[in-house]
Design a protein around this ligand. Structure first.
Ligand code: SF4
Length: 327
């Protein structure tokens, strides 16, 4: 069979589902390639993977009009999500899991030679118990963090590992999984944000024994303030790398005030982390949050001037002049 692949994020991030589909079909002797349009390009089957919802204007739209195939199969969270009243709602029935033999196959990294050079991508756990209202992980993957694979399922000696888990630390097998990451001696990028509320001395010690290339935490909701700060503090006592390697996601434009946004940004800096301000539904966000993000997400800028004195635009006006009512 001739198999075509289509994804909405091909240029920036490899599609793990497509790498698994490719591996599966190649194991059956099929020809697999990214779907081409044109007179002589015809496929028996085309898989279309969509990670993002159509409302995200920054992501290229998938145009299937020029692709010829006997059959199309659509999948991915992009088809299962819709925006309702400004919030992402997930329809899990539209985001069906793979059959076991595809889900657990070693991914075909060769379809993304540049994006996966010396890198392995995957999940050790799925699901999250936290049910954060802005997040779809628990809606799509379930409300428990459960071990779904050993590292060896999708890692084969690559120097770098990109972990995609939503909440690795909430899993009962976290210790075993962190030990697998330690043994790999690979550089680990904890991309999705570790849950600081699960950090104690033992967990922090284990994470620090892995070769951390980047660790992200999250300080999204004020209701979790005390436990998050405690976890961040404990982790920092064990982590001896600079703040270049440890960032904290800070969600704004969801349910916090500007004062709370500024407070969280300054708090994580004080604790020795770099803030990574994220703006929920960016196209509806107030300009202040965009200015705050520009200042806070650039260490060079925030180290050279205070937020109050930052001049975000060419008109020369400082933040404290533009937003006198906030600061
Ligand atoms: S902790 Fe992270 S993965 Fe879990 S629901 Fe909240 S944002 Fe989603």
């Amino acid at each position: 069979m001739k198999i075509g692949l289509v994804a909405d994020n091909t240029k920036t991030f490899p599609s793990l589902p497509l790498m698994k589909i490719s591996a599966y079909h190649k194991s059956k002797g099929d020809i697999v390639e990214f779907a081409q349009s044109g007179l002589f390009a015809h496929y028996d089957l085309v898989y279309v993977s969509k990670t993002f919802n159509l409302d995200l204007k920054t992501v290229p739209k998938i145009d299937l009009d020029y692709i010829s195939a006997d059959k199309f199969i659509y999948g991915g969270s992009g088809y299962a999500l819709e925006i309702k009243n400004g919030k992402e709602i997930c329809h899990p029935k539209l985001d069906k899991p793979f059959p076991y033999e595809i889900e657990h196959i070693y991914p075909d990294y060769s379809i993304y030679p540049e994006l996966t050079q010396n890198k392995a991508f995957g999940f050790l756990t799925r699901g999250c118990p936290n049910r954060c209202p802005f997040c779809t992980v628990w809606q799509r993957e379930g409300t428990q963090s459960i071990k779904v694979s050993d590292l060896s399922e999708w890692w084969n000696g690559q120097k770098n590992i990109v972990l995609l888990d939503g909440n690795l630390l909430a899993c009962n097998s976290r210790e075993e999984l962190l030990k697998q990451l330690i043994e790999s001696k690979a550089n680990i990028d904890y991309t999705q944000g570790l849950d600081a509320r699960f950090i104690d001395d033992d967990v922090a010690e284990l994470i620090c024994k892995t070769k951390v290339s980047m660790v992200h935490f999250a300080f999204d909701l004020m209701k979790n303030e005390r436990k998050i700060i405690e976890g961040l503090r404990i982790f920092k006592e064990h982590f001896n790398k600079s703040d270049r390697y440890c960032k904290v996601y800070i969600l704004t434009n969801f349910n916090t005030t500007f004062e709370e946004d500024i407070y969280r940004v300054k708090k994580v800096m004080e604790l020795g982390y770099r803030p990574d301000v994220r703006i929920y539904q960016k196209n509806t966000a107030p300009q202040f949050l965009k200015d705050l993000a520009r200042w806070a997400n650039n260490a060079f800028i925030y180290r050279s001037c205070k937020l109050e004195d930052y001049v975000p635009r060419k008109d020369g006006k400082r933040i404290k002049d533009i937003y006198a009512d906030v600061l």
